[in-house]
Design a binder for this molecule. Structure first.
Ligand code: FES
Length: 156
């Protein structure tokens, strides 16, 4: 069913950047994937209010819009991490506690700090073990607590 302009829910000015793609698809369900793509490009991630807005503008149930977005791995539902923290799991770092360091960081609320956690094999500066590499900078002789403190300082 095609909806006329008079039947369209009011456009939310907060999401005005989506109007061209919504209009191009005549506010029809077949445009959902392209609208989701455009939404992610403009707003960085698909928040629940944004998904609800898309559902309203395409006359679709929220569950269908959320389900479709969840199906595809290319869509993200929270802001992209702004920092990367890689724990070295090479032999020297392992011997000096990398596993414990990694476990402590896995328990920490890193997503709230905008930090994406990962691991890396020996980066060749073993005298600093155990170490992490944060945004390309090497932090030597670290513990879970010391990494967390420094990550929090990055927020300031
Ligand atoms: S094992 Fe970690 S830097 Fe070499």
């Amino acid at each position: 069913m095609r909806h006329s302009q008079e039947q369209q829910p009011a456009a939310d000015p907060a999401y005005a950047a989506l109007e061209p793609v919504l209009h191009r698809h005549g506010h029809q369900a077949h445009g959902l994937i392209e609208v989701l793509n455009s939404a992610q490009q403009h707003y960085g991630h698909l928040s629940e209010p944004l998904l609800r807005h898309i559902a309203r503008r395409l006359h679709l149930p929220f569950s269908r819009v959320q389900g479709t977005a969840s199906f595809y791995h290319l869509f993200r539902f929270s802001p992209a991490a702004t920092h990367s923290c890689l724990v070295c799991t090479g032999t020297a770092c392992h011997v000096l506690g990398a596993a414990r360091l990694l476990a402590e960081l896995q328990q920490a609320p890193l997503a709230e700090l905008g930090v994406e956690l990962g691991t890396v094999r020996c980066i060749g500066t073993c005298s600093g073990a155990p170490l992490v590499e944060v945004d390309g900078e090497v932090w030597n002789h670290q513990s879970g607590a010391s990494v967390l403190q420094r990550l929090r300082e990055l927020q300031r």
